[in-house]
Design a protein around this ligand. Sequence first.
Ligand code: SF4
Ligand code: F3S
Ligand code: FES
Length: 248
Amino acid sequence: MTAASQSPSVRRLTLQILRCDPQQPEAAARLQPFQLDEAPGMTLYLALNEIRDTQDPSLQFDFVCRAGICGSCGMMINGRPGLACRTLTANLPSLITLAPLPGFELIGDLSVNTGKWMRGMSERLESWIHSSEEVDPCRLETPMEPELAEQIYELERCIECGCCIAGCGTAQMRSDFAGAVGLNQIARFRLDPRDERSDDELYRLVGDDDGVFGCMTLLGCQDLCPKSLPLQTQIAYLRRKMAALGIT
Ligand code: SF4
Ligand code: F3S
Ligand code: FES
């Protein structure tokens, strides 16, 4: 639809997108405006796809599931971390500024390498079940109490989108800070009866300034988590348990 023929009720959106290519350090980062007509139910994912399809095929951004499940579409949306596939343009002003999530390696434009960050954090925190039992694929696992399985599931809903890292002042200052996403993992493994690590062993993994003691209770993580994980409750719990164990 041309600007002249468009219905007056259709909003004209301007997406200002931070363009940056780390492969070309001589080319300065710049905000590039793109205009398009808003469609009913349009998400930022749809808007970015339309721009890439019709205006600039070189625009870089990440999507897989389009349903808030894979965590790959995190970006700064008018200065706030969020998932592009779950953000309706109708809930935003007509001028929308998009930038990559800070704190992660930039791949280009809105695309960042959250996977590399998450892998490094998981390796530091040994985020896997430590068990001396041989895994026998033919044997059924011992059933868990449903309430406990529910509690673990609640913390496993993390999609590793990186919004809590992009919105955390400590994570932006300390590259090895585990962040709410890492502290949430420790809380998750503490609950799991299959993990043979003691509380003391688990808590010591985050018993320093790159862990619980680096958290300044800024609360951005809890406010920004698109899965509404109870991050503050988990961090407060870890603090109390560590104090009880004398890990300070
Ligand atoms: Fe994303 Fe929430 Fe997981 Fe952080 S804790 S990575 S904000 S889902
Ligand atoms: Fe960061 Fe959340 Fe703590 S925003 S400082 S991890 S409360
Ligand atoms: Fe998967 Fe947005 S595309 S969370």
